[in-house]
Design a protein around this ligand. Structure first.
Ligand SMILES: [Mn+2]
Length: 315
């Protein structure tokens, strides 16, 4: 990956680590996927689509990139699933400590294990909001607990895990499920209040892990294990908007883009989803007109409200 490029080709003044509120970590890892290979190509396709996307968001009337988005070097550790998870954990934690709003783009879903571990150590009482077609609760699969089929097992034990859009699982995973925290796709299809019901299960500090196969394959076919009956675009945005408005979203990842050379539409869905999530997160600050008038980015205040490290410093 070309380290000289910036996210979406934004001007350098909005891309330096120092001045950026947002950090984007690409993790092009595809070590354990079982069917469609190619999630390692996800970050590149996502970044390419991002470069060809408008950076003004009509809905929020903001240009969130002006908050600063720093694209880090990709995490390429792939000697073993565990080594990859450890590398993601260490690097994510480092960025959180810098008080950045940390985002990751995969890669297959196992990259989330290290990220969630870092967030869980850095914030109090986190909820992991998993938007996904698959339960991913197996304790181990094909000889490792860091397989993508196990991506949520650790989060289920150590955090408040809320699963949304689920429509594929093994019967053994039922043992691990917390019934009131699981929103099956077939129930959501006939429940006008599923968004409110999900929000009710979330704590204040929410980390979102968005597996792109949660989307219906008709709008996002380019993923490793597509499943019919998924989420559509506007209901997803309505849902996310509500989560970002009502909760303190502390970070997020987007995973499992498996680019298809015949159709680039999925890459653009992923690119737009990422930008929408940032636009919702920074809506309050990004809609203030002052930044540019004052000649560039202002001194950055803390991005997240309840970082443990800040509290330790206060003591
Ligand atoms: Mn999945």
């Amino acid at each position: 990956m070309n380290t000289l490029k910036t996210y979406a080709g934004i001007p350098r003044e909005y891309a330096s680590l120092d001045k950026s509120k947002i950090v984007l970590i690409p993790v092009p890892y595809d070590g354990t996927s079982t069917w469609g290979k190619g999630a390692d190509k996800g970050p590149e396709a996502f970044l390419e689509a991002s470069e060809n996307m408008e950076l003004y968001d009509i809905e929020t009337d903001t240009e969130v990139y002006k908050q600063g988005i720093h694209l880090t070097e990709a995490i390429t550790e792939n000697t073993s699933p565990k080594a990859m998870v450890d590398a993601v954990y260490a690097f994510t934690k480092k960025q959180i400590k810098r008080n950045k709003f940390v985002t990751l783009f995969g890669g297959e879903h196992s990259i989330s294990i290290g990220a969630i571990r870092a967030f869980n150590e850095s914030f109090d009482n986190i909820t992991v909001l998993q938007i996904d077609a698959h339960a991913d609760l197996r304790s181990s699969y094909e000889g490792t607990k860091y397989n993508h089929a196990c991506a949520m097992h650790e989060a289920n034990q150590n955090t408040n895990l809320v699963q949304v859009g689920i429509r594929s699982m093994d019967v053994s995973e039922k043992d691990f499920m917390i019934e009131e925290n699981v929103f099956f796709a077939h129930d959501m299809a006939s429940d006008d209040y599923w968004i409110d019901n999900v929000i009710n299960q979330l704590g204040d500090n929410v980390y979102i892990t968005f597996d792109l196969d949660a989307f219906d394959p008709s709008i996002l076919p380019a993923t490793g294990t597509p499943e019919p009956g998924g989420l559509f675009w506007y209901e997803t945005l309505d849902f996310l908007k509500q989560v970002f408005t009502e909760k303190n979203v502390i970070g997020f990842d987007i995973v499992e883009l498996c680019p298809n050379k015949y159709s680039k539409a999925s890459d653009f869905v992923a690119a737009k989803l990422y930008y929408k999530m940032l636009s919702y997160k920074f809506y309050d600050v990004a809609s203030e007109p002052t930044d540019e008038e004052e000649g560039g980015l202002k001194e950055k205040e803390g991005t997240n409200k309840v970082l443990k490290f800040q509290k330790e410093k206060d003591v």
